[in-house]
Design a protein around this ligand. Structure first.
Ligand SMILES: NC(=O)C1=CN([C@@H]2O[C@H](COP(=O)(O)OP(=O)(O)OC[C@H]3O[C@@H](n4cnc5c(N)ncnc54)[C@H](OP(=O)(O)O)[C@@H]3O)[C@@H](O)[C@H]2O)C=CC1
Ligand SMILES: O=C1OC[C@@H](O)[C@H](O)[C@H]1O
Length: 400
């Protein structure tokens, strides 16, 4: 076998998930059976200072010659970067991704991809015209567990999917956790709220089971009915959104299918951390697939047939994850030695695409990311939730 190819990453932003992702990236790929590629980090940038970028590189254990930048503009000029991972708040993804694409860099951009679908379409257009790789970093799609669930569906194990019920909610006690309203989870200027941050995973499970598993030429956008409850202290950011979707299907496909996707910053999928209930139930005439763990970091499945027979399967996240572990997205990392966080699978997909010349992710392409943004636009429209114009804009560059 030929020696592994190394893909050189640049990390744009130095916050919580940038740190978790980069530690995962630097885990030895052979510990998850990946032998044909390796990842390295050649640069990181902080919008605040070069010293913060330096500190970040040290904290994540990057190679000592990785370069630190105090501005994103200077960073994207580094000729050694093969791909940039963007880990800023949602509000900034469009501006940051455009900066990278204009500098001819491939991009893996954190979820939610952009603030609205128009921005996502524009990024896709620029990436395609410049023949660059661009993917929304919905890491969950690349988990072996997700691959397995999709395979169970396409193999017909539970028959044509009839209904999916999916939730991603966390009881964050927002007034207490984010008292000044400036945190990205609730701040309208940073496109805060449950929908774009957490709801996207509830939708991910709906789309990866009901939409992505259909033959490409028969996939059709869903109809939507949505309800949005705004978070009073900051006004235009949702604390809870509820979506009912109908996917059109032919009679041979089992007829129209329904889904309910819910998200909240006020109540939890797993109250008190009790993970014994599924966050997603995928139902067909021959049985039901249940998934356990968090919607973003699933850990086990149960398949229950109509006779009541249960098949359980665990999907542990391999390591070594020294210093990595579970990141809760708003208050730091819960360390768990020997485990990775699970972000390396999406990084492997991006690196493999770069090595093999693919321009999109296989399990979440640009058209599907755009469609999900369209659904979230429609949720916001029905719920009367609009973000400030400066972050909804297609203008580039814009100072945020
Ligand atoms: N996949 C996953 O599991 C998770 C994904 N996420 C996603 O990652 C993104 C970042 O989240 P997270 O890391 O938790 O956020 P943090 O607030 O911890 O970090 C965001 C970073 O972005 C940079 N930044 C640039 N401009 C701003 C600004 N105006 N306000 C705040 N930060 C700014 C800062 O780094 P600097 O300026 O130093 O470059 C900052 O540290 C979001 O899109 C979120 O949805 C978050 C958590 C989990
Ligand atoms: O992507 C995410 O997954 C974990 C959550 O806690 C976090 O808020 C979110 O951004």
């Amino acid at each position: 076998m030929s020696s592994p190819k190394t893909v050189r990453w640049g990390i744009l932003a130095t916050g919580g998930i940038a740190s978790t992702f980069t530690k995962d990236l630097l885990c030895d790929p052979t510990t998850r059976g990946v032998k044909h590629l390796k990842h390295t980090v050649v640069a990181a940038a902080s919008s605040s200072s070069e010293s913060r970028a330096k500190e970040f590189l040290k904290e994540v254990g990057a190679p000592s010659d990785a370069k630190a930048y105090g501005s994103y503009d200077a960073f994207v000029k580094n000729p050694d970067i093969d791909i940039v991972y963007i880990a800023t708040p949602h509000s900034h993804h469009y501006q940051n991704a455009m900066l990278c694409l204009e500098a001819s860099k491939n991009v893996l951009c954190e979820k939610a991809f952009t603030v609205n679908a128009a921005q996502a379409r524009k990024l896709a257009e620029v990436a395609k015209s410049k023949k660059l790789f661009l993917m929304e970093a919905v890491w969950t799609r690349y988990f072996p567990l997700s691959v397995y669930v999709r395979e169970q569906i396409t193999s017909g194990r539970i028959g044509p999917i009839t209904r999916v019920i999916s939730d991603n909610s966390m009881a964050l006690d927002p007034e207490k956790s984010f008292p000044d309203g400036k945190h990205r989870m609730v701040n309208p200027d940073l496109a805060g709220g449950a929908l774009l941050d957490l709801g996207i995973y509830a939708l991910t499970w709906v789309f990866q089971t009901m939409y992505h598993t259909q033959p490409e030429d028969s996939r059709q956008p869903p109809k939507l009915q949505a309800f949005v409850k705004n978070y009073e202290p900051t006004g235009q950011a949702d604390e809870q959104s509820t979506m009912i979707l109908q996917f059109p299907r032919s009679q041979e496909q089992g007829g129209d299918a329904h889904a309910v996707a819910t998200t909240s910053l006020r109540v939890a999928t797993a109250p008190g951390g009790n993970m014994n209930q599924p966050f997603v139930r995928i139902q067909g005439p021959k049985g039901e697939i249940q998934v356990f763990g968090h919607a973003f970091r699933p850990l086990s499945t149960k398949i229950i047939d109509q006779g009541g027979k249960v098949e359980s399967k665990d999907f542990p996240i391999p390591g070594p994850g020294k210093g990595s572990g579970w990141y809760n997205g708003f208050g730091g990392s819960l360390q768990s030695e020997g485990e990775g966080h699970g972000m390396f699978w999406e990084a492997d997909e991006a690196a493999d695409a770069i090595i093999n010349g693919r321009k999109e992710g296989r399990y979440l392409g640009l058209d599907e990311s755009i469609l999900i943004m369209e659904v979230m636009d429609e949720v916001r429209k029905q719920g009367g939730l609009k973000y400030p114009e400066k972050i909804e804009t297609l203008d580039y560059p814009t100072q945020l």
